[in-house]
Design a protein around this ligand. Structure first.
Ligand SMILES: [Zn+2]
Length: 685
């Protein structure tokens, strides 16, 4: 096992080596590589046990991945961090009124599904507060800012109450933050059957949707990374902030299924809930608050040194034959809240199978020209901890050397393809999707994607933006490195429950492991474009078009709000100039074969650094970790993405001074992007 220092020494290797063109047979080797039987074997090996970050079972998954990668002939290494990760020791919820009843929180064994016999992870949300609380129950709908506005208008206070919120419409961390801000003493989160349960279809084990006892665990921390080292890496000897200073909730937060939630929501007094607050339970939804239903909750977490755990990211590299110092990383988180066959052994398996395809190419004599690193991350489920600490600890190297980051998270819960990508990489994903057969269908993924999405002629299938919520955030939102992700979706009511297991995967998520195979094939092919092309085909025109479109919309909003004076014309002019430079770059890229590897190295250096200019070192106003000014997670939602977040947040705050600054700052950064693209185009002359 090579230490990462050796592999990452490649990040600094400047000397290009003799090159080789991308042979036509590479695509066929990469398509043939990912194998359904092998994928299922990995899945069985990795998803048979509950493997939450910080546990011995999770250490075993690291060892397994390393053994597999080493057997393929890859250079393996790992990087560990010690992070704050307090495991729950006890949790209880007892209804006191109208009648006393202690709720059975754990998920029952399902006859015929052996996996469900093993002990489940306690039903406490990650990074919830520790302690006891009791009080009257108030139903707060989704627990969004708007929901508390409605409660205010109705004269209902949650101060001193235990609030019950349904999952959905926001990251659960927002629900915890708002409950605490409004004075609630504890938060209970439940999965409403209308969301991912019986309201959607047959429930597990008869179907893929959530049974009444299925519990969605999950972190309630909003800032990415280890909360004891906000903004810096959890290396040995790193300065740590005290528990009281960490940006995590102080109140207990407990998730439950809709069976238990019924016990608390039935019999509520007070006002009838607004029509929009009615979920799928067969009850009359009321707001409560009068004390007809009261409840006591208790959460005990590990404390002191016991709350700190060692987590491990794994790496396996194929050094580039021509430009070893140019690095592409594809990664998946390895940790889960249960067996995690879907979230995220499916992504881990996709990375393993993509690695196998590339190792077979290497055996056939076709090495990647740029370095490819196959990574698995730890503690993503607690809030992107492993990948964030890695990105924070290697910031300079990664910004200098990385070409792109590819992410695989929960990639097989059905057959419907979906992808999110930075604008410069969208075409690469579409091209790969054209070459890969649709899992279980006829024609290519691209064809099925168009058809299912009813894509109008002349348009491309819809793709998402990268706001946050998975391991690309450290690379894309923090460092400005181009990134993309994809996978196949379907019924997924086992999300973050004890039932996300092999039986779910075999029967509903991905029978035959065809979606695992297809996602790995797409990965292998996108890696091929990034690793083999003389000039990496970043589509700078698409970035310019996106900025033109988004800034026009933002400008309209500003005018409607009567906010004038921001230099919109300058921003539009810079984006238009970037469009022109992108055009020149794309046209001249066709001539790449004329240039030697040293010249190509300089061209690619300029091109891959271009997008980084959109990352502002000081970050967003009030959220310094989020540096990328193209997309960020919505500060009041956590999952939704916000385009041009610096500008959008100034608009939301109706701060005309900051708006002018943000528009001017973005214009300058777009000019910097254009400078890099023009330099690359000039070198192609
Ligand atoms: Zn995940």
């Amino acid at each position: 096992m090579r230490h990462l220092v050796t592999i990452l020494a490649l990040l600094g290797a400047a000397q290009p080596l003799a090159g080789q063109a991308r042979p036509g047979r590479l695509d066929s080797i990469l398509l043939a590589g990912p194998d359904t039987a092998s994928a299922r074997r990995h899945s069985v090996a990795l998803a048979s046990r509950v493997h939450v970050a910080g546990t011995a079972a999770q250490d075993s998954t690291a060892a397994y991945v390393q053994r597999q990668m080493a057997a393929m002939g890859l250079d393996t290494s790992s990087v560990s961090f010690t992070v704050f990760l307090p495991a729950p020791e006890a949790v209880s919820v007892t209804r006191l009124k109208p009648t006393r009843k202690e709720l059975q929180l754990s998920e029952p064994v399902i006859p015929g599904d052996e996996s469900t016999r093993q002990p489940a992870w306690p039903t406490v949300n990650g990074y919830a507060g520790s302690g006891e609380a009791s009080g009257r129950v108030v139903y707060v709908n989704y627990g969004l800012l708007d929901d508390y506005r409605v409660l205010d208008s109705l004269g209902v206070s949650v101060r001193g109450a235990i609030v019950v919120a349904r999952y959905g419409r926001s990251h659960r961390g927002i629900k915890a933050r708002e409950a605490e801000r409004h004075g609630a003493v504890a938060l209970i989160l439940y999965s409403d059957p209308a969301d991912d349960g019986s309201g959607r279809g047959a429930v597990f084990p008869e179907g893929p949707w959530r049974p009444a006892s299925g519990v969605q665990r999950g972190s309630v921390k909003l800032s990415p990374g280890d909360p004891s080292t906000p903004g810096w890496a959890s290396t040995e000897g790193a300065q740590r902030v005290a528990l009281a200073e960490m940006d995590i909730p102080k109140i207990p937060v407990i998730p439950m299924g809709y069976g238990n939630a019924t016990e608390l929501l039935t019999g509520l007094d007070g006002l009838a809930a607004p029509a929009a607050w009615t979920g799928g339970l067969p009850i009359t939804y009321k707001i409560g608050g009068g004390g007809a239903v009261t409840v006591q909750v208790s959460v005990r977490l590990q404390e002191g040194r016991n709350a700190y755990k060692r987590i491990t990211n794994t790496f396996a590299a194929i050094p580039g034959s021509t430009w070893p110092g140019e690095v592409i990383i594809i990664g998946a988180h390895r940790d889960a809240w249960g067996p995690g066959a879907w979230d995220n052994i499916s992504g881990t398996v996709s990375v393993l199978e993509a690695a196998r395809a590339w190792s077979e190419a290497a055996r056939a004599g076709i090495r990647p020209r740029r370095t490819i690193i196959f990574a698995t991350w730890d503690a993503e489920e607690w809030g992107l901890v492993g990948s964030t600490e890695f990105a924070e600890s290697r910031e300079g190297d990664l910004r200098r050397s990385m070409v792109a980051y590819l992410n695989q998270d929960a990639i097989a819960s059905g057959r419907s393809f979906g992808s999110s990508a930075t604008p410069t990489m969208r075409d690469m994903v579409r091209r790969a999707a054209r070459l890969v057969p649709a899992p279980g269908g006829a024609g290519s993924i691209y064809h099925a994607w168009r058809t299912e999405g009813r894509t109008p002629a002349g348009e491309e299938p819809r793709m998402g933006n990268l706001g946050g919520g998975s391991d690309f955030a450290g690379f894309y939102n923090h460092l400005g490195i181009p990134a993309a992700e994809w996978g196949f979706g379907g019924g997924q009511g086992i999300y973050h429950s004890h039932y996300d297991d092999l039986q779910y995967m075999d029967r509903f998520g991905d029978p035959g492991y065809l979606s695992h195979q297809a996602s790995a094939r797409v990965s292998a092919l996108v890696l091929a474009e990034l690793a083999q092309s003389d000039v990496v085909p970043f589509d700078h025109r698409a970035l310019a078009d996106e900025i033109v479109r988004l800034s026009a919309t933002a400008r309209d909003s500003a005018l409607k709000l009567g906010m004038v004076g921001a230099p919109w014309e300058r921003l539009a002019a810079e984006a238009t100039a970037l469009r022109a430079a992108g055009d020149t770059f794309a046209t001249r890229s066709a001539r790449a074969a004329r240039f030697d590897v040293e010249r190509l190295g300089r061209i690619n250096e300029e091109s891959r650094q271009a997008e980084r200019s959109l990352a502002r070192p000081e970050g967003l106003n009030g959220r310094p970790w989020y540096r990328n000014l193209l997309y960020a997670a919505d500060r009041d939602n956590g999952y939704a993405d916000v385009p041009l977040p610096g500008i959008a947040e100034a608009l939301r705050d109706k701060d005309a001074g900051r708006l002018s600054f943000e528009v001017a700052d973005l214009a300058q950064r777009v000019a910097d992007v254009r400078g890099r693209v023009s330099a690359a185009a000039a070198l192609l002359r």
